[in-house]
Design a protein around this ligand. Sequence first.
Ligand code: HEC
Length: 177
Amino acid sequence: MNRTLLCLVSAALVCGPVMKAEDAAATAQVERGRSMFVNAGKGMACTTCHALEGVGNSVGPDVKKLASVIGPRGLATTIQMTMTCYVQEVKLSNGHTFPGMEKDKEKGVVHMWDLSKVPATLLTLKESDIDSQKTNTAWKHPPAQAKYNAQELADIIAYLKFASTGVAKEVKDSELQ
Ligand code: HEC
């Protein structure tokens, strides 16, 4: 065995187990995050309204889009948001008011999630049935009130990142501040 080859082999032996240990920690974290996403350690399961890896309901926005572009800190803030940008306070012409999120609109027909119901129900409305839409102050994103601690949030975020990018990378709770 020549020297270069020997160095490569010993480097692989030294570095190998360390890299594996990091992967194992990240993978264990992703597992914990997935379990919270699906089963809700606290509050309502994320899958009540979001789908990832083919599991869950597509009521809320597709979290993959955001999770693949923003970092842990931004995701933590969004998960715990107290203001909404999609959910509106919708008032129908019959006076009924509810927190609604538009799914799609075509030829004067609007499909809208009624988030006052658990699970949310999909309404089919005529555009003319909608009297007004204004800033929502009543509906709260469930995880904003579920009081996840930093470690739990980091686990959920590691899972969101993994499910949207395919990379298991450990998220430290210090990265959320
Ligand atoms: C009752 C339904 C519901 C549950 C449960 C829920 N969400 Fe959401 N989520 C929504 C809705 C609706 C929005 C859009 C809010 C808005 O108007 O900005 C949203 C937005 C988000 C966003 C921002 C997406 C974007 O593109 O702006 C993330 C990230 C997210 N949720 C993650 C989670 C996670 C993680 C959980 C579980 C811990 C969870 N949500 C539980 C309904 C829900």
